[in-house]
Design a binder for this molecule. Structure first.
Ligand code: FMN
Length: 261
């Protein structure tokens, strides 16, 4: 699928074919896309644990449910739990930046060398940053979030449906037994959709010009209708929800999957 169409076709899928397994190859592809995400100081905070729903003891599955993501956990055959490994920066101590120097991604023309990393970047920026948790934690989460977004898009490119959810951070850590310095972030619920790929249409968003500004706060970045038309032609901007027949689709899915109305 073309990039713009992947963006356009992605929407949170919450009705899955609960009995259709997801091929391991597709799960790996999804993880590979997360690994290739850009990442501040090449630190790579994102960690993932792939859970096959049917291999999880029922009591553990129950513990992982939240009020806003209980049924979806039952329906999705694969759950990828994302964590942020806060310990990574002080374990690798600038070595991943030096790898970038070695391969010519960070060049001397821009001030980069092993010495710059060892004498300045790690001891004066990175290590102190990890002690300022108020700044460090949001930065690491934002970074890992970008990588998880790659994974989310890859799921749709692979013909799957997916929905990101926020699990209970304490229970997730307990149930999955992760190291102390991993913080729970999101879970990517994954499977073949039981609903149509349109899933009722593209979901509502705030107005473009309410979100983005041109040069200064308060001056909206003007949305050019000609660009919108181009993006519609590329299937990135699609028909908005609700599409006709969505209520009926939900009713049918509810009956077919034996769900409460
Ligand atoms: C980080 C994150 C956490 C989310 N958590 C939940 C959740 O716990 N339960 C849920 O039903 N949807 C969850 N969603 C899905 C959003 O509610 C979704 O963005 C919204 O339904 C409409 O947008 P979309 O269909 O284009 O994704 C989450 C989405 C993101 C990105």
């Amino acid at each position: 699928m073309e990039f713009k169409e992947v963006i356009g076709r992605r929407r949170s899928i919450r009705f899955f074919d609960r009995d259709r397994p997801v091929e391991r190859e597709k799960i790996q592809t999804i993880l590979e896309t997360a690994r290739l995400a850009s990442c501040a100081v090449n630190a790579h905070w994102l960690r993932a644990i792939v859970v096959e729903r049917d291999k999880l003891p029922p009591e553990k599955l129950s513990q992982l449910k939240t009020p806003v993501a209980a049924l979806t956990l039952d329906l999705a055959p694969v759950h990828i739990y994302f964590f942020v490994d806060l310990g990574t920066v002080n374990r690798v101590k600038g070595s991943r930046l030096k790898e970038l120097v070695d391969v010519g991604a960070l060049a001397p023309s821009h001030g980069w060398s092993h010495k710059f990393v060892d004498d300045f970047v790690y001891p004066q920026i990175l290590e102190p940053m990890t002690r300022n948790l108020e700044g460090y934690v949001p930065a690491a989460f934002a970074d890992a979030g970008g990588a998880a977004q790659n994974a989310l898009l890859a799921a749709f490119d692979e013909g799957l449906g997916a929905c990101l959810n926020t699990p209970n951070p304490v229970l997730t850590k307990q149930v999955l037994g992760v190291p102390d310095d991993w913080i729970s972030m999101w879970v990517l619920l994954l499977g073949y959709p039981a609903e149509s790929w349109e899933a009722g249409g593209q979901r509502p968003r705030p107005d473009f010009e309410e979100l983005y500004f041109d040069g200064e706060y308060g001056k909206p970045f003007k949305r050019d209708p000609a660009v919108v038309e181009k993006l519609k032609a590329a299937n990135m901007i699609q028909a908005p929800a609700p599409l006709p027949g969505r209520r009926e689709e939900i009713k049918k899915l509810t009956e077919e999957l034996g769900l409460p109305e």
